[in-house]
Design a protein around this ligand. Structure first.
Ligand code: 5GP
Ligand code: ZN
Length: 117
């Protein structure tokens, strides 16, 4: 069923607690944890509890949860003392997506390079 945990999904395993993660914040519908391979001084992933392969599919199925990824990312940024930060949704392998459970990257803590690619 759409949104159900997938046994072969890394982020579903983190949600289930079978793979450890450094959790920053959790709500009934979302989890924020530190990226294992940070690309900036602060690099946090915000994911929905529900499994969808990417942000667009999450937004189509559960728009309120998709919106909550943004409000949670903002709350995490505030908690980290970040006024300036970047949010990235990689969608598809060709765009660098490696984990096919919707997530937003929150990057900050240092001046970020201008430009998108
Ligand atoms: P993507 O490339 O799919 O947009 O992002 C996946 C992110 O998950 C990468 O930035 C990667 O470093 C992170 N990641 C992969 N495996 C783990 C893990 O086991 N724990 C944590 N905390 N992050 C992970
Ligand atoms: Zn998953």
């Amino acid at each position: 069923m759409a949104g159900e945990p997938q046994s072969d999904c890394l982020f579903c395993k983190i949600l289930a607690g079978s793979i450890p993660a450094t959790v920053v914040r959790e709500t009934e519908r979302t989890l924020a944890f530190r990226d294992i391979n940070p690309q900036a001084p602060t690099h946090i992933l915000v994911i929905p509890h529900a499994h969808y392969p990417n942000a667009a599919e999450l937004a189509a199925a559960e728009p309120a949860v998709a919106a909550e990824l943004l409000t949670e990312a903002a709350a995490v940024a505030t908690g980290e003392g970040l006024a300036d930060y970047r949010l990235i949704f990689n969608t598809g392998a060709g765009a660098g997506q490696t984990v096919f459970h919707a997530h937003v990257h929150l990057l900050g803590g240092a001046p970020l390079r201008e430009g998108l690619v």
